[in-house]
Design a protein around this ligand. Structure first.
Ligand code: SAM
Length: 281
């Protein structure tokens, strides 16, 4: 394996229909070499082990595995997060939720935040990393997802300000788990209609956990459940921010206003889709 490692990788990825073969080739080669992509030599060289790792990477990529799941990490907001098949890969759209939550936290001096469905921890830990005296609780029904969130908390040196709990919000007594209310609740719950999961890209339906995707028959099961208990977990004047899927914002708004929360605003993503709903108790 000599100077053509880069060209060969690009060619293999391009032939396999990968959209950005140059960028991905750099990422995969850097990972196989064990170097930062920004410090990769112009003419990368490697021994047989590197070659083998790279070939495995390319094989997985051509089978449809998303690049972040191969590399085991992904950038989100201002930090790099460990990811695995046990967590939803953080999506750029979710950064909007983080930005909106930060505006509210900074304007109100919020001290306690709850993340329902914490997954990799990308939302909660991004907030804690930005606001030095904020404390957070992250809940997830998946112990494997929580293990990833814990690893991320450690990496970002946030373990002292975060508590991770394995709980299912459909279980009786869920609300009783929390010692006191929160200033702000954030959530990106599963919101795909069960029947639509089959139609998702292979990178999503095969490599993101089903628990992170499946929102029930109409995609709204978790919103209905969260609406039942969220008002009891918020201080008076507390805020709730939710990510929603395409064409769900009207229905979700109604679910929460029916429970007495006040809708303050809706924020669109870059594609013009209503993506984040903001409520106040
Ligand atoms: C769409 S993912 C969001 C993960 C992460 N917050 C993010 O934005 O990337 C939803 C998360 O909710 C968790 N979850 C789904 N249903 C749940 C339930 N009934 N109780 C607790 N957690 C649940 C999943 O395990 C998953 O981690």
């Amino acid at each position: 394996m000599q100077s053509s490692i880069y060209e060969k990788t690009i060619e293999a990825l391009a032939e396999g229909g990968i959209e950005s073969p140059r960028l991905e080739a750099r990422l995969l080669i850097a990972d196989a070499l064990g170097v930062d992509v920004n410090q990769m030599p112009i003419t990368p060289m490697g021994d047989d082990n590197v070659q083998e790792t790279l070939e495995r990477h390319i094989e997985k990529r051509l089978e449809g595995m998303p690049i972040d799941k191969i590399l085991g990490h992904r950038e989100f907001y201002k930090n790099d997060f460990f990811v695995s098949r046990d967590v939803l890969s953080p999506r750029p759209d979710t950064e909007i939720l983080v930005e909106e939550a930060l505006k509210i936290i900074e304007a109100n001096g919020s001290k306690r935040v709850l993340d329902l469905g914490v997954g990799s921890g990308c939302i909660l830990l991004s907030l804690l990393a930005e606001v030095k005296d904020l404390e957070g609780v992250g809940v997830d029904a998946s112990s494997k997802a929580l293990a990833v969130a814990q690893k991320n908390a450690k990496k970002l040196k946030l373990t002292k300000r975060v508590k991770l709990l394995e709980k299912n919000w459909f279980d009786n007594g869920f609300v009783g788990v929390f010692e006191k209310p929160f200033d702000i609740i954030v959530s990106n719950p599963p919101y795909i209609k069960t029947a639509d999961i089959e139609k998702l890209d292979i990178g999503v339906k095969k490599y993101d956990p089903i628990l992170a995707l499946d929102g029930g028959e109409d995609g709204l099961d978790s919103y209905r459940k969260i609406a039942e208990f969220a008002p009891f977990l918020l201080f008076d004047d507390g805020y709730l921010l939710l990510e929603v899927g395409r064409r769900q914002s009207r229905a979700v708004k109604e679910i929460f206003t029916d429970k007495g929360l006040v809708h303050l605003g809706t924020v669109k993503d870059l594609a013009g889709i209503e993506r984040v709903l903001i409520f106040k108790k």
